[in-house]
Design a binder for this molecule. Structure first.
Ligand SMILES: [Zn+2]
Length: 354
């Protein structure tokens, strides 16, 4: 769904190059006249063709794929980030001081293990970063709707956070703030594919709803059109019956055929007009740095021991839920398996059965 054409075009043009969409039946091809600042990205190439969609990349093996997660796109995002598209800010939080968070861990999480070793000391304060990707999402059919959707990716965990995405626009921020510690694990470029994936998942219900609405309108329009053409054909048929000589009748028959063909092409035209074409482009990236509390829980079961790092977030005023090692979903209940993995209840059942 993520249509990156405009982002790539803007990026190339800001750098002084040219990016022209190429005519191809499936779309998604961009011819780029590589400007000097982008030459390190495309060594020894003056012109490069970029494939912006998976299908296009398959059909045009000579084109360079510029898909989420591809080298070319990462390089462009990286380049854009140096053009000042990435801004930095520091959310205002109440002072985050080192304190024990064992009580909050007990309250929020349940572990199945022989022994659970809760942290006995204060949690440590570490500054982390989150990246806010602002996407402009366009839903184009017979109408056009544009909306801004922000996806926050936690650069500590590398995961998109729906909770942080919901509150990010209401945050008060300072222009300067604390230095980032060693906790920062992921770069903005690495986080970008996760943001695209989350955007697709989060937008899916809205797109489906919208598609249903558009489909209803299309059915109505189709109904009206069929009615109109049926009237035309019936009229021609009546006239054909009344027509005397054979050749006059054949003439009407041809007209009827032509009318039917016209109806088919009009129906196809309508279907195309009412097809929902969702796309998104990245408008801005903001990196936010703030402190969190970190602690470690130890878990033992038979010969297996495992440590789990948990953290408390001052913007959400709660613990961040850890994720299942198998399905990567957040879980409030984790079981230590004998193979050392921590699994959510659903995956733990599957693991026992397997
Ligand atoms: Zn799971």
């Amino acid at each position: 769904m993520v249509d990156l054409k405009e982002f790539v075009q803007e990026c190339v043009e800001l750098a002084g190059g040219l990016a022209e969409p190429e005519e191809s039946p499936e779309g998604g091809l961009l011819e780029v006249l590589v400007p000097e600042p982008l030459q390190p990205l495309f060594p020894n190439r003056e012109v490069v063709r970029l494939a912006l969609e998976g299908e296009t990349a398959r059909r045009h093996p000579e084109a360079l794929p510029a898909l989420p997660g591809s080298e070319a796109l990462d390089a462009l995002v990286e380049y854009a980030s140096h053009l000042g598209r990435v801004t930095h800010a520091f959310p205002r939080t109440d002072p985050v001081r080192a304190r024990p968070i064992a009580g909050e861990i007990l309250h929020a999480l349940t572990f199945t293990a022989r022994r659970v070793r809760l942290p006995e000391t204060s949690a440590s304060v570490e500054t982390i970063q989150i990246a806010q990707f602002d996407f402009i999402v366009s839903l184009v059919s017979d109408e056009r709707e544009e909306l801004l959707r922000s996806v926050v990716v936690d650069l500590w965990s590398g995961r998109a956070s729906e909770a942080l995405s919901r509150i990010v626009h209401g945050l008060e921020v300072n222009p300067t703030g604390p230095q980032v510690g060693r906790r920062d694990c992921h770069t903005v470029e690495e986080a970008y594919p996760a943001a695209c994936e989350a955007l697709e998942t989060w937008m899916a219900p809205r797109i489906e709803q919208r598609q249903a609405l558009v489909s209803r309108r299309l059915r109505d329009e189709h109904g009206r059109l069929r009615l109109y053409y049926r009237g035309l054909v019936e009229d021609l048929e009546r006239r054909a019956e009344r027509a005397g000589p054979e050749e006059r009748r054949a003439e009407f028959q041809q007209k009827i055929e032509a009318t039917r063909r016209e109806q088919e092409s009009k129906l196809a035209e309508l279907s195309e007009k009412y097809r929902l074409r969702p796309s998104a482009r990245l408008a801005a990236v903001r990196v936010l740095a703030y402190p969190r509390l970190f602690s470690t829980v130890g878990l033992d079961r038979k010969q297996t021991s495992r440590e789990l790092e948990v953290c408390w977030d001052p913007l959400l005023a709660r613990l961040l839920l850890p994720v299942c090692d198998a399905c990567a979903r957040e879980a409030t209940h984790l079981t230590l398996e004998l193979d050392g993995r921590l699994l959510c209840p659903a995956c733990a059942v599957g693991n026992e059965a397997g």
